[in-house]
Design a protein around this ligand. Sequence first.
Ligand SMILES: Nc1ncnc2c1ncn2[C@@H]1O[C@H](COP(=O)(O)OP(=O)(O)O)[C@@H](O)[C@H]1O
Ligand SMILES: [Mg+2]
Length: 218
Amino acid sequence: MFKTGGLLVSLEGIDGCGKSTQFELLQARLAEKGIPFIAVREPGGTAVGEGIRKVLLQTSYSLTTEAEMLLYLAARAELCKQIILPSLREGKMVLCDRFIDSTQAYQGYGGGLDLRWIKQLNWQVTGGRLPDLTFILNLSVEKAAERRGSSLDRLEMRDLSYHRRVQQGYLKVARQEPERVEVLDAAMAKDNLFTVLWSKLQPVIEMYYKMRSDHDFQ
Ligand SMILES: Nc1ncnc2c1ncn2[C@@H]1O[C@H](COP(=O)(O)OP(=O)(O)O)[C@@H](O)[C@H]1O
Ligand SMILES: [Mg+2]
């Protein structure tokens, strides 16, 4: 951990599981503690990335899974080169609302693309920098749909079996990399879920700052 500098934390899970909610709570907690960080969301975070996000969420386009995956990777390439990797090199903490595992779960396990191909492309665009810690917010497809309500974008309109494959795919990713990935039960109330998330993240942040010894963590 921390070999390449900085601290990279990602939040993952199916749409409606509560990522953005926890992301907000996390940013508030870090701000309260005076811990510097930058927060990015995928796809997006750069001018080109936000343009790609619009293309991906348009209901009028029908994209092949390959094209969809490559658009996500293009957005990620920009985000990594322009923001994530330079910030990590400066020793900053970077929070990502979705990152590499979304591609494995959605286009790989959900869409049936070759998982090794995705892994290889992820490796290329991230320079091989894996997150130090990834939280997968695990929630049933039915509960997530309930939370999302009725207005669905292009990606959310897919059938239930697709979303189930994605949700199960996330759990497979977690089983493959247990040292990096923490699965949290996202069915909890948001404040309780955040308490669990913070209890896992806090020691990692403490360890990071102890190693750098240039910031008093309280
Ligand atoms: N723990 C929770 N319990 C109940 N509802 C939640 C919880 N977390 C988030 N929500 C609600 O569910 C919906 C989706 O949450 P959101 O954070 O946007 O999910 P995501 O970013 O993963 O798609 C929002 O309306 C949000 O207020
Ligand atoms: Mg969100």
